[in-house]
Design a protein around this ligand. Structure first.
Ligand code: GRF
Length: 201
């Protein structure tokens, strides 16, 4: 049973998918803390409704990003987290967090990395006109959006897709893939080799 700290910034539909997978017995994990970079994120309500302790930071708290990350590390340690899940967390994770959880911070990105890095993966892929995009789950490291890739799933963009319909497709894949990959981690089946690549055993 792994103990997850989940970092969010927004609506928290991925957080909800993880909560639901745990309740359904599909993910052998416990969420010990939800941290939000925004005090009004709806994901905080989802966490509270599930009885999960929360920590909400504000824009002011991030005036010193290293201090903010140190505070998050302390809270995660106090809660006993052994993995950190970035579920729509719109802040860059800095050295204090990266050093505290090496190859133990899992991010979801709404595009097929290394394409369309950054905060608007779905919109950037749609605007570019690619025919296939998708979802990437990877370990976060100091190389922003370029840490070891654990899993990817493709999503085709149809001629009649709008940005909204594409976002819905991406979300549906995220909600299924994220808990599945976290379960592989819970089973100890994901490792990072000396070549820097993540492998599923
Ligand atoms: C997801 O699409 C995630 O890939 C991106 O932000 C979105 C978060 O959505 N980084 P939610 O807060 O989980 O609903």
């Amino acid at each position: 049973m792994i103990r997850l700290g989940v970092l969010i910034s927004g609506s928290g539909t991925n957080l909800q998918a993880i909560i639901d997978a745990i309740s359904a017995g599909r993910l052998e994990a416990r969420i010990v803390l939800v941290v939000s970079s925004k005090a009004d994120a709806y994901g905080l309500t989802r966490a509270r409704e599930a009885g999960i302790p929360t920590l909400a930071l504000t824009r002011d708290d991030y005036a010193d990003p290293l201090a903010a990350d140190k505070r998050i590390v302390q809270a995660l340690r106090d809660a006993g987290a052994d993995y950190v899940v970035l579920a729509g967390y719109m802040r860059r994770v800095r050295v204090p967090l990266l050093d505290a959880f090496p190859n133990r911070i899992v991010n979801i990105h709404p595009a097929l990395l290394p394409s369309f890095i950054g905060a608007h993966g779905t919109a950037d892929a749609f605007a570019y006109g690619v025919k296939v995009t998708g979802v990437t789950i990877h370990f976060a490291n100091e190389d922003y959006d370029r840490g070891p890739i654990i899993a990817q799933q493709a999503v085709a963009i149809a001629e009649d897709d709008t940005l909204e319909s594409l976002e819905a497709k991406i979300h549906a894949v995220e909600h299924e893939l994220f808990p599945r990959v976290l379960q592989l981690i819970a089973q100890g089946r994901v490792s990072v080799g000396e070549d820097g690549k993540a492998r599923i055993l």
